[in-house]
Every structure is written in structure tokens, then in C-alpha cells.
Write a protein that binds this ligand. Structure first.
Ligand code: CP3
Length: 345
């Protein structure tokens, strides 16, 4: 076991005492960092993802430049559809697209669920290399997309504001939807376990589009698969679930085998804690758009946020990914405000 010099994140996830809350930012690697944009001009997206040296370099940038308390491996949630046999294109300004979408039982039967570690070896190599380069400075986070969010992309073939095609598929052909969700779950569990074996200290499951579902539909099409992943992976490493937009589910998720739950800014810290119970670690929930405000305002809002959550059993983060237009010094101000937090008397 490597010795971590800064293990705040892991202590917070284990519900152990911390001097201050750990802080990292979803989507912290890439997008808004000038050094990332230089690499982006030289190499296309999947070259950056599939070349361990590049992925490692990008992963380390926010550690060196912004001072976060954890690294999250540079990759994408859509490597799972690729490993299952679907082509994924990433076109500048257009976001991801999948030329061949999933609609029928035959489409689902044709999907691969075996050998995640073989198909995604480059991610595992990037984790191992990053772990070595970090030399114990901060913990390393692995990740995957949640089954519902991956289904959304597989059925729609691209991003959507409403996800109506994905929902139509789930509501009109629930048996097929469950078959697909189970296949994604199976390979994702293998993939996350392989990430832990390769060096990830903890893993986060991004259910970015869970909030498109009603509470009842979330319980049908998303939650059981999130819980299956948490149950299967948590013996190996702490699991953080991030089903964005689903604070209605906090009571159930608080009783799960996950160690942490990410929440967005549509709920107060006090309500979230009350619903989730005292055991689970909460992560969030700063509105990333607030990083566009003047720095003194950012600092004041961070103080209010931590006043609300308390310093223990809590990971300071955004409520969704940082956007490309955030100035680096504003991201740094967010991180420093957490590090310098002093509880009000
Ligand atoms: O901290 C990090 O950013 C680590 C790497 C990371 C990426 N994607 C790299 C990336 C992570 C954690 C993700 C997760 C991801 N990917 C999610 C879940 C998180 C969320 O924001 O909800 C989702 C839904 C995706 C799918 C995806 N990938 C989209 C919708 C896009 C295009 C728009 C965008 O920028 O988010 C991508 C491309 C992508 N993935 C980029 C990066 C840095 C931008 C493209 C580029 O820089 O060339």
C-alpha cells in the first residue's frame, strides 16, 4: 500500500475525523485549464484518453495548478459503450455521438460484457502511471457512468435536453431496458474493480441524467443498478454515487453500501443531511455557475456552504462539472476558500 500524504478524501469517506473538509471539483481535469487546451490542440479526444502518458499529464494538471485534494483520472464515461462494441465519436463543438444506437433485443444481444480490463487496459495503465506520478500527494479517483446515463447515450446516440427517446424506450419496452441496464451494470462492476486493482483509491459513479426520471422511474430504472454497483465494488474501495437531480432518493441512498453521495445545488445542506442520515458522507453542492461571480462572493458562498454541511463527513465539491468558461483563478479561489475555512463562532 502506498502511503498518502494527504488522505483527507479517504478519511471523509470512511467517516473518520478530518482537520477540514477535502475539496475537489467534478470535471476538474480539462476544459478550463490553458495547459489542457494546448494538448487538446495537438491530439484528438480519444488519443488523449487512450494514451496513458497524456491522460496522466492531464489528470495531474489540477493537482499542481489548482491545489485540489484528489485527482480524478482523465477519461470519459463513454468508454463503456466503446468496450461493449459501439463506436463513439467526439466532434468539437458537438459533443459525443454514437452512429449505431440500441433499439432492439438483437442490438442488446450483440453487446459485449466480457473482458472490461482487456478493452479498457489503457485506462488501467493511466491509473497505474498516475498513481506512481502522484507519489502519494493525494488520493486517485476512478469513475464510470451509471447504467441509466449510459443507456441514455446508447439509445439516443447523442446528448439530449429531454432524453425522450431513451425514456420512450424504457417506458414502452421495460424488459429490453432492464436487459440493457443489467448488461451495462455487469461490465461496469468489472471495470470499476479493475480500476481499483490498477490504483484507484475510490470510485465515483456519474448518473448525470438520473434527474430526467420521476422518483418512481428512478427507483425502477436507475437506483437498483446503482445499488448493485455499490454492493459489488465497495468491498474493494469506497464508492461515491452521484445521481444528479434526485434528492428525493437520499433516504434510500443513505442506507446503501455507498460511502458517499454527490448532491447538486437544488437542496440545502441541512435537508440533505436530514434525509440521508448521519452515516453517509455528502459531497457537493456548489452551483458551478457561481464560479463566474467575483472572488469575494465565491469565498462567502463557500463559507455558507460549509457552515451548512459542517466540516465532518463532508466533501466540498461542485454540484455538477466545472464549465469551460470558469477563470482558473476563480477555481483556485473556490479550493482555497475550503482550505481556509474557519467555522463561525
Ligand atoms: O475531471 C475530469 O473532467 C475527468 C475526465 C472526465 C471527462 N468526462 C473528460 C471529458 C469525466 C469525469 C467525464 C465524465 C462525463 N462524460 C460525464 C459525467 C459528468 C457530467 O458532466 O455529467 C458525461 C455526461 C460525459 C459525456 C461527455 N463527454 C460529454 C457530454 C462531452 C461533451 C461536452 C463536455 O465537455 O462535457 C464529453 C467530452 C469530454 N469528456 C470533454 C472532457 C474534458 C470535453 C471535450 C474535450 O475537451 O475535447
Amino acid at each position: 500500500m502506498s502511503q498518502l500524504k494527504n488522505d483527507l478524501l479517504l478519511r471523509a469517506l470512511r467517516n473518520e475525523p478530518v482537520e477540514r473538509p477535502p475539496v475537489w471539483m467534478m470535471r476538474q481535469a480539462g476544459r478550463y485549464l490553458p495547459d489542457y487546451l494546448k494538448l487538446k490542440a495537438k491530439y484528438d479526444f480519444f488519443t488523449r484518453v487512450q494514451t496513458p502518458e497524456l491522460a496522466t499529464e492531464i489528470t495531474l494538471q489540477p493537482i499542481d495548478q489548482v491545489g485540489v485534494d484528489a485527482a480524478i483520472i482523465f477519461s470519459d464515461i463513454l468508454v463503456i459503450p466503446q468496450a461493449m462494441g459501439l463506436e463513439v465519436l467526439m466532434e468539437e463543438g458537438k459533443g459525443p455521438s454514437l452512429p449505431r444506437t440500441i433499439a432492439t433485443a438483437a442490438d442488446i444481444d450483440a453487446l459485449n460484457t466480457a473482458d472490461a480490463a482487456h478493452h479498457l487496459k489503457y485506462v488501467l495503465d493511466a491509473l497505474t502511471l498516475t498513481k506512481r506520478e502522484l507519489a502519494g500527494r493525494v488520493p486517485l479517483i476512478g469513475f464510470a457512468g451509471a447504467p441509466w446515463t449510459i443507456l441514455c447515450y446508447m439509445v439516443e446516440g447523442k446528448g439530449s435536453k429531454t432524453w425522450d427517446k431513451a425514456k420512450q424506450f424504457a417506458y414502452t419496452q421495460p424488459d429490453l431496458a432492464h436487459a440493457l441496464l443489467q448488461k451495462i451494470t455487469t461490465i461496469t462492476i468489472d471495470y470499476l474493480k479493475a480500476q481499483v486493482a490498477a490504483g484507484a483509491d475510490t470510485v465515483q459513479v456519474f448518473d448525470s441524467w438520473a434527474g430526467a426520471l420521476s422518483p418512481a422511474d428512478f427507483k425502477t430504472f436507475a437506483q437498483p443498478y446503482l445499488l448493485q454497483i455499490a454492493d459489488a465494488v465497495s468491498p474493494a474501495a469506497p464508492v461515491i454515487l452521484f445521481p444528479k437531480g434526485t434528492w428525493h432518493a437520499l433516504e434510500d441512498l443513505g442506507r446503501s453500501s455507498a460511502s458517499g453521495i454527490g448532491i447538486d445545488w437544488t437542496i440545502t445542506p441541512q435537508m440533505a443531511r436530514q434525509m440521508a442520515g448521519s452515516r453517509i458522507t455528502l459531497q457537493g453542492n456548489f452551483d458551478p455557475a457561481k464560479l463566474l461571480a467575483p472572488i469575494p462572493e465565491i469565498r462567502r458562498w463557500v463559507t455558507e456552504m460549509i457552515d451548512g454541511f459542517g466540516t465532518q463527513n463532508y466533501i466540498a465539491n461542485l454540484g455538477h462539472g466545472i464549465t469551460p468558461n470558469v477563470p482558473v483563478d476563480h477555481a483556485r479561489a473556490f479550493v482555497n476558500a475550503v482550505k481556509e475555512y474557519k467555522a463561525r463562532a
